[in-house]
Design a protein around this ligand. Sequence first.
Ligand code: PRP
Ligand code: URA
Length: 207
Amino acid sequence: MARIVELKHPLVSHHLATLRDKSTPPHLFREQVGRLSLLLAYEATAELPLEPICIETPLATMECLRLGCRIGLVPILRAGLGMSDAIQNLIPQAEVWHLGFYRDESTFQPVEYYQKFSDSPPEVVLIVDPMLATGGSACEGIRRVKEWGVEHISFLCIIAAPEGIEKVSATHPDVGIFTCAIDDHLNEQAYIVPGLGDAGDRIFNTL
Ligand code: PRP
Ligand code: URA
């Protein structure tokens, strides 16, 4: 069974309310995506491995700890970019590799248009996409990252539908899912209800 973490925190509830509101303009929407992404990344990186490092403070020599693995961020374009930009500020040494999918609006299947991965994969990858709806894009993204050779994968989204969680956890039970909210259901167009509408369009002001 996949690890499913739904963040319960007053700041998450507060920022989600603004994000979901249809009157929130794109610039504020982007800021809220960034804030919630930081909270998700904080939770999803709680078990990253550390290694000792010896440093000099102004007063003494001291053994400290620093991150002991290569970390990759994989945003699913377009909307995932709104999350990876924010998380890169929190983890400046993270590598960012891209996957481009759009969802065919009649079949709801993901259609690939871009993939940029290196020859040597990072040890840990956070795949980021604000919306987990049917789970098609997430499952395909996770499959690609596994095929690349990554063993430790987490999927971070801002809003998830029960249908998407079910699909991802059944297909990839080894991948942790971190979300700010699990919503009620998908509508006939496979949009999350109550959701926030089209995340990519709201981030990029292309409504
Ligand atoms: C959205 C979203 C996910 C996908 C989720 O992308 O950002 O990638 O839909 O749906 P699923 O779980 O049913 O696959 P969209 O196709 O709108 O592309 P965009 O990010 O370029 O706007
Ligand atoms: N993609 C979105 O941007 N929103 C949804 O509700 C579902 C898919």
